[in-house]
Each structure stands twice: as structure tokens, then as C-alpha cells.
Write a protein that binds this ligand. Structure first.
Ligand code: ADP
Length: 363
């Protein structure tokens, strides 16, 4: 059977374990030898004890756990050719010619580069007697399938990334908890949520919690946002509302591109309205806890689809990323999606908000 390895890389997110489990079991079901690579690219470079064969039961009882049980890491060595050479050698020694990478756009970019370089790396390994001609022949091509694990929902080509739904659950649980105390004291509370340059979590949290105001990177307010916000908060209180909720995305900016922070928003509320105001920065709570049913199912579907994509690939197939489009798992060209994701970031940096939203598409 073919050798497949699965690893998680970059930031962790809930639902990664479901994806790992699905890759392992689908791979075994189809007669492959499946390996875990622990600690992402670092494990691939270090080899030996980090690359272990998986069996059916080694992925039992992990689907409900947050984070990633096989570990994730950032790895400087893999950014250098010398690191990738070591990684290639370690894979060839185990007969691994298929990789499922679960991570963000950085991890997927690294995987694509590795694939493009593969034959050059093998040539070099052969020349330096680190692999045999037979081993090279057996491992001639490397196939890649990517899955996007990220709470930010910032990847182009997919409606949802693995982990976003669970993070959203954490956020609204926290808001619901705070609302009950804020209600008792007629407070205004400001919550800062994650998302990097993507406002999805902030926007969805604002909708789900009847927030009065939300700041996101893709639709910045003009310089007069303070007046606009105070008017709205006051109006809600005059209508009998006992508390106000404001959501600030960590990447929020104004039309000049200057960051808008939760503390800044608080100062505006206190100075202008003299309301009792509290800031909550949720931080890593958003990445913690058990994955939602949605993320478990998403991880299962994407993991299974990734293995099928690898089994159907030949040397002419491009590296793909498995995405969700209209509730269907689909295969898209990996680098096209990565490039679009990077173009969104560039458009935002250039203050081309509409272009960024267009490029990002549905998510
Ligand atoms: P994410 O995958 O969440 O975007 P990073 O950008 O930190 O996170 O990438 C995770 C790891 O992927 C890096 O530590 C590095 O080992 C590898 N990687 C990222 N970009 C590249 C690249 N251009 N070339 C090679 N490896 C890369």
C-alpha cells in the first residue's frame, strides 16, 4: 500500500483531531500505511521518533479533544533547503510519498514548495548516498493534500475553516455569561475577539449576541466613528436597554489604516457617556475547549476527502486543498487559494477594502 503521513502545523484549532482521525482511518481502510508526523515540520526534519505508524485504535477517543494531539510547531529549519533535505530523507526512508498537511496558509505554502523541489532533493540525497537508487525510484513523486485548520476563517476558497465554528461558540458563551452581569449593573462591555485580518468571528459574534457596534478590518469606519458609536449607544439606553455590547476584532482599523483597540473604544465611551465600561480580551480561550459538532464533522469530511484526492492523484496532478463550498467538500488548486488569501491581505494593507471583500468571496 501507499505511504501517507498526516501532520498539523502552525496555529492549532479545534477539529484538527477529527481530521487526523479521518485521514488515518480512511487511509487504513484503503490499504495504505499511515503515519503521524508529530510536531509539524519540526518532526519531519527531526525524523525517527517523530514519524510513527498509526493504527485504527491510535486515533480512538480524540475526536472530542481541542487542539491537536499529535502536536504542532513552527519550524525555522524547514524554511531552509537544508531542513527540507533532511525532511525528504526521513520520508523516503519510511516510503512516504503522500502528505496531508493541516494548517494555515504558511504551512500549505511550505508543503507546495516541498513538492516542487522534491525531485531535486531526491537527486541530492542520492548523490550524497543518503538514499539508494531503488528508494528514489519508489518515491519519485510527492503528492500533497492540504486542509485548513484555523479559527480565523481567513482562507480563500472555503466557506469555513476547521475550528472557526468552535471558536465562535466559545465567544458567544463568554458574551452570554458577561451579559448577565452587565445587565445587573447597566454596564457597557467591550469584547476583543481574534481573527487577525479577518472580521468573520467579530461579525458573527456581533450578530449572535445583538451587539450594538462592531469593528472589523474589512469595513473600517471614517474618523468620526466615535460620534457615530456614542449616538447609537445612547439611543439604545434611551430605548430602555440596560447594557451595551461592542465587539472589536483584533485586526480592527479605521479608514486611515490606524488600529482601533478595545481600550481606545472604552476611553471614548467613558469620556463621552460616562458609562461604567469593562473590556474583556478573550485571547486563547477562543482556541480552547472541545470542538463543536460542526467542526468534528467538517474535520471528518475533509480528512476523508484528502485521502481520496491523494489516491486519485498522479504525477500530473497539482497539489490540492480540500475546502467547503456550499456544504460540499471540494478539491481546489492549493497555490491558487493561497495566492488569493495573500492578495486579500495585500488589498487590506493598501486600504482597498472592497477589493479585499471581493477577493475573499463567500467567507
Ligand atoms: P500557518 O500555517 O498557521 O500560517 P506559519 O506561517 O507560522 O503558520 O507556518 C507554519 C510553518 O510552516 C512554519 O514554521 C514553517 O516551518 C512552514 N512554512 C511556512 N511558510 C513557509 C515557506 N514559505 N517555506 C517553507 N516553509 C514554510
Amino acid at each position: 500500500g501507499k505511504g501517507i503521513a498526516v501532520f498539523t502545523s502552525g496555529g492549532d484549532s479545534q477539529g484538527m483531531n477529527a481530521a487526523v482521525r479521518a485521514v488515518v482511518r480512511m487511509g487504513i481502510y484503503l490499504g495504505c500505511k499511515v503515519y503521524f508526523i508529530k510536531e509539524g515540520y519540526q518532526g519531519m526534519v527531526d525524523g525517527e521518533e517523530f514519524i510513527v505508524e498509526a493504527n485504527w485504535s491510535s486515533v480512538s477517543s480524540i475526536i472530542h479533544l481541542g487542539g491537536t494531539v499529535i502536536g504542532s510547531a513552527r519550524c525555522m529549519e524547514f524554511r531552509e533547503k537544508s531542513g527540507r533535505l533532511k525532511a525528504a530523507r526521513n520520508l523516503v526512508k519510511k516510503g512516504i510519498t503522500n502528505l496531508v498537511v493541516i494548517g494555515g496558509d504558511g504551512s500549505l505554502t511550505g508543503a507546495d514548495l516541498f513538492r516542487q523541489e522534491w525531485s531535486v532533493l531526491l537527486e541530492e540525497l542520492l548523490k550524497t548516498n543518503q538514499i539508494t537508487a531503488e528508494e528514489r525510484e519508489k518515491c519519485k513523486t510527492l503528492q500533497i493534500a492540504g486542509l485548513v485548520g484555523s479559527i480565523d476563517n481567513d482562507f480563500c476558497g472555503t466557506d469555513m475553516t476547521i475550528g472557526t465554528d468552535s471558536a465562535l461558540h466559545r465567544i458567544i458563551e463568554a458574551i452570554d455569561a458577561i451579559v448577565s452581569t452587565a445587565y445587573s449593573h447597566q454596564r457597557t462591555f467591550i469584547m476583543e475577539v481574534m481573527g487577525r485580518n479577518c472580521g468573520y468571528l467579530a461579525l458573527a459574534a456581533a450578530l449572535s449576541s445583538e451587539a450594538d457596534f462592531v469593528f472589523i478590518p474589512e469595513k473600517p469606519y471614517h474618523a468620526n466613528w466615535a460620534d457615530k458609536m456614542c449616538k447609537k449607544l445612547l439611543q439604545e439606553r434611551q430605548n430602555g436597554q440596560r447594557l451595551n455590547i461592542i465587539i472589536v476584532s483584533e485586526g480592527a482599523i479605521d479608514r486611515e489604516g490606524k488600529p482601533i483597540t478595545a481600550e481606545q473604544v472604552k476611553k471614548v465611551v467613558v469620556d463621552n457617556l460616562q458609562q461604567d465600561t469593562r473590556v474583556t480580551v478573550l485571547g486563547h480561550v477562543q482556541r480552547g475547549g472541545n470542538p463543536s459538532a460542526f467542526d468534528r464533522v467538517l474535520g471528518c469530511r475533509m480528512g476523508a476527502e484528502a485521502v481520496m484526492a491523494l489516491m486519485e492523484a498522479d504525477e500530473n496532478t497539482e497539489a490540492c486543498v480540500i475546502t467547503l463550498e456550499g456544504n460540499q467538500a471540494v478539491r481546489l488548486p492549493l497555490m491558487e487559494c493561497v495566492k488569493r488569501t495573500k492578495a486579500v491581505a495585500a488589498a487590506l494593507a493598501e486600504k482597498q477594502w472592497d477589493k479585499a471583500v471581493d477577493l475573499r468571496g463567500k467567507s
